[in-house]
Ligand binder design. Structure first.
Ligand code: IYR
Length: 222
């Protein structure tokens, strides 16, 4: 395997400490206003926003630059309906029989249940897949590494990009969600990771009154 050619960093240049502090604070302010929303408006959203958010996700750091992700963007009403039907089947089983009481207790304040109407209402469902490997055009297999870490980071960046653009999203992980692979005709070496519903919130949307942990609770400086 030959080495990559090395080039000077195309864009990096230092900025002042004050400017960095300001940037860090204003970005925190932007991100702390992100809320997960469960009620969407059916209003259409320009596809260009979704395309650029996925391009942003695709810049994520990842194992050996294999980019072990794939995004299927579902816009079709018929496919969204099929996803909803299948997701509600597994969610019903989760809520009725599979979930232990302590899990149901943790979910109770959120008021979630097996009804997943938003899967049909949100204009886009971005279905994120992990890839074990890529099959090259000559049929050789290129193994991928740190797949969950990489796709987790990319998903975070996707959620950030959607928020920064002015839309809202909802992470949904029906369990099990292998049905998505067949429904969306993805190959065996891909596994569904998460569904991200994206769109505008419905008018006067409400969200749970929750707090985030303080810096002291989530970090130590040694
Ligand atoms: N997947 C289920 C249950 C669920 C689990 C957690 I942890 C949540 O934070 C929210 C929901 C559902 O979508 O209802």
């Amino acid at each position: 395997m030959s080495k990559y050619e090395l080039i000077p960093h195309p864009t990096y240049s230092r900025i002042s400490e004050q400017e960095m502090i300001n940037n860090a604070k204003s970005f925190y302010k932007l991100m702390k206003n992100r809320r997960t929303v469960r009620d969407f408006s059916p209003d259409p959203v320009p596809q260009e926003i979704i395309e650029n958010a996925i391009l942003t996700a695709g810049t994520a750091p990842n194992g050996a630059n294999m980019q072990p992700w794939y995004f299927t963007v579902v816009k079709s009403a018929d496919l969204k309906k099929q996803i909803r039907t299948e997701a509600e089947k597994v969610e019903k089983e989760f809520y009725d029989t599979k979930a232990p009481d302590y899990w149901l207790d943790a979910l109770a304040p959120l008021g979630t249940d097996e009804n997943k109407e938003y899967l049909e209402i949100a204009p886009y469902l971005i279905v994120i897949f992990t890839r074990k490997h890529t099959v090259l055009s000559d049929d050789t297999i290129k193994q991928h590494y740190y797949i969950h870490e990489s796709v987790g980071i990319a998903t975070g960046m996707l959620i950030t990009a959607i928020h920064n653009a002015g839309l809202v999203s909802l992470t949904h992980t029906p369990k099990p969600m292998l049905f998505l692979r067949d429904l969306l005709q993805r190959p065996k070496y891909e596994t569904p990771f998460l569904i991200l519903a994206v769109g505008y919130p419905k008018e006067n949307v409400q969200v749970p009154k929750i707090d985030k942990k303080s810096l002291d609770e989530i970090a130590t400086f040694l």
